[in-house]
Design a protein around this ligand. Structure first.
Ligand code: SAM
Length: 614
């Protein structure tokens, strides 16, 4: 491979290259193994549409390390063999000297050769990076991957792209550099074309590199104190005594702990068994914090297993009120219920429905808050599940987006806009994809009378208001994105919606599903802003007043309230008055019909009167 950069490096041997590659893999394997004996709540959270998320990490082999260990052991065996009898001692000494000199000479010769080669390269190549030609790329493809060369070229392309006007090669376009970058990132880090292209579209080159590098490293291990059973300070003390070195997670959480190192498995301590904490990624605290459930409320967790967020909601509600924890996949219910039990949650009803059916089951406009931690592509949790790099394609992500749009309408339909304490929906995903995040929220804003409100999290990046050809409602700026390279947590998205009125609480009709498909398409640019969010305030108040009248219930059960079900706005036909002549003609016809009917009736009664015996 030809890499012409400022700093030319000696090409490493194949063995060195494979060592570098394997060390990353074996590190991952160790990380995975260290957690394998506990309930891996985090892995469960990234379940995609297909269900049981990739666990391909467990197949990773530690061959690299083993081979290395083998070499070391082999070396010590040789040494033992070399220490022979006393009589051999003198001759051995001179042998060793000779051998050592020979090794030194060989080393010197190799170094000289390498230096000559380097000089030659420097003379041959200009002091600037140039893109490889088609032939060079073809030649490269025939050989084994040159990881060091690839990495060097990635760096060079990123350098050029960051200062394109002054560093670019004459005649080369930005697109060519981007294409090269995508190809090299794909080969070096093992991403499929779809995913790497999506990420390239989202971030400027330098930041993209930071993100991709962050995905190669594990995120910190975090625990959430179960305040139903203990206090963070007490828990930290006990775990420290057990040899788990930890600290409070961060200023933004009162219940989180971060584990630095541990002499005992943190997923198998007596405190863990007793439900004093949950092993939970920092990012998954966020949607619950945004939901901010209150005591005695009615809350629905639409996609709940393994229950990391449900148990946190229960703790914030101090086990009061009621939580409906729904999980569609039966095989995931055991994990959910066992976590609820372990953590001592007593205010939760577990159910198993497709989330889209929930409004029919639990009732429309009946919940104070709904959490939709949606099934997604899992593209934010690559550090935990490397298989996502290759397993997701455009169709998968489109399918996720379509389901998420249907689920979010169901979530909104369950919330009561007139709830005294709530009326909120929180939507979250562990996906990086715009069509699973901003696009879903934008869709909800268009379909229901909801508006975005701040998530109440004082960090995180604002969601996209525009992305490529797409234009979203300006309030999308209130949503939050979290990134591994910025926030040292999994890629995550959180949005909080307030339901403004129950007037659009219609169940998802078949026609809506069709529209979802249409609107989910990346190709069709969104031009319409959300008309519903712009309803003037006085009109809103009026709608709310009306809603209040029809929805008073004061018992604790989720009872179906009176629903107003006007046809969706976009389906209503505009009223067109008929021409004046048509109206008078219609009136005349009606009068005539009435006259005739009257006449008939009089004739009938007259004939009845004439024949009284009949
Ligand atoms: C991101 S995970 C939820 C993680 C969970 N909220 C937690 O914090 O522990 C998404 C869940 O949605 C479930 N799911 C998939 N399709 C669903 C559907 N149509 N309705 C409801 N849940 C669904 C998956 O089985 C998965 O358990």
């Amino acid at each position: 491979m030809v890499v012409k950069g400022k700093k030319l490096q000696k090409k490493p041997s194949r063995k060195e290259q494979s060592k570098e590659f394997l060390s990353v893999k074996s590190k991952k394997k160790n990380d995975i193994l260290s957690e394998s004996d506990m309930e891996d709540e985090e892995m469960e959270e990234q379940q995609s549409l297909d269900g049981d998320g990739g666990n391909s990490g467990s197949d990773l082999s530690s061959d690299g390390d083993d081979t290395f260990a083998g070499d070391v052991l082999q070396g010590s065996d040789d040494e033992e063999k070399g220490s022979g009898s006393d009589s051999d001692l003198d001759s051995d000494d001179s042998d060793v000297e000779k051998k050592s000199r020979a090794i030194d000479d060989e080393k010197e010769r190799e170094e000289k050769e390498a230096l000559d080669e380097l000089q030659l390269n420097i003379k041959e190549q200009p002091d600037e990076f140039r893109l490889p030609t088609q032939e060079e790329l073809e030649e490269e493809a025939r050989g084994p991957p040159d990881l060091t060369g690839l990495k060097q070229r990635i760096k060079e392309v990123v350098r050029v792209l960051s200062n394109f006007s002054s560093l670019r090669q004459e005649g080369a376009t930005r697109k060519q550099y981007i294409e090269q970058l995508k190809m090299d990132l794909g080969s070096y880090y093992g991403y499929n074309e779809f995913l790497i292209s999506s990420l390239v579209e989202m971030f400027p080159p330098v930041e993209l590199m930071e993100l991709i590098e962050a995905f190669e490293k594990p995120r910190p291990i975090t625990l959430r104190t179960n305040t139903l059973k203990t206090r963070r300070r007490d828990l930290a003390g006990v775990l420290l005594n057990r040899g788990i070195n930890l600290d409070p997670l961060s200023k933004w959480s009162k219940v989180g702990l971060v584990v630095y190192d541990h002499q005992v498995p943190y997923g198998a301590t007596p405190e863990y068994m007793a439900g004093h904490y949950m092993v939970q990624s920092a990012s998954s605290f966020l949607p619950v914090m945004a939901l901010a459930p209150q005591e005695k409320e009615r809350v629905v967790d639409m996609a709940a297993s393994p229950g990391g967020k449900t148990t946190y909601i229960a703790a914030l509600m101090k086990n009061t009120g009621i939580i409906y924890a729904n999980e569609m996949k039966e095989q995931r219910l055991t994990k959910l219920t066992s976590n609820l039990q372990r953590l001592g949650v007593t205010n939760t009803v577990v159910c198993s429905y497709d989330g889209r059916e929930l409004p029919k089951v639990l009732g429309h406009n009946t919940a104070d808050r709904v959490l939709l931690d949606a099934p997604c592509s899992g593209t934010g949790v690559i550090s935990k599940d490397e298989s996502v790099k290759t397993s997701k394609n455009a169709v998968d992500v489109q399918n996720c987006s379509r389901l998420q749009k249907e689920l979010i309408l169901a979530a909104i339909d369950m919330v009561d806009a007139n709830s005294k304490s709530g009326g909120y929906v929180v939507y979250s995903t562990c996906s990086m994809m715009v069509i699973e995040n901003e696009d879903v929220i934008d869709y909800a804003l268009k379909k229901r009378d909801v508006k975005l409100v701040p998530c109440g999290l004082d960090f995180g990046r604002p969601g996209f208001v525009r992305f490529r050809e797409r234009r979203f409602h300006p309030s999308l700026e209130k949503t939050r994105r979290f990134y591994p390279h910025v926030h040292n947590m999994d890629g995550f998205f959180v949005a909080k919606l307030k339901k403004m009125s129950n007037s659009k609480g219609v169940p998802a009709a078949a026609s809506e599903v069709e529209e979802v498909v249409e609107e989910g398409s990346e190709i069709e640019p969104s031009t319409t802003e959300n008309p519903e969010a712009e309803i003037p305030k006085p009109q809103r108040k009026e709608m709310l007043k009306k809603g209040n009248k029809s929805s008073t219930t004061n018992n604790g059960s989720l009872k179906r309230k009176n629903e107003e079900k006007p046809a969706p706005k976009e389906k209503r036909k505009k009223f067109k008055p008929l021409p004046r002549e048509e109206i008078s003609k219609a009136r005349e016809d009606k009068r005539q019909a009435l006259r005739e009917a009257k006449k008939k009736a009089t004739t009938k009664s007259a004939s009845k009167k004439a024949r009284p015996g009949v």
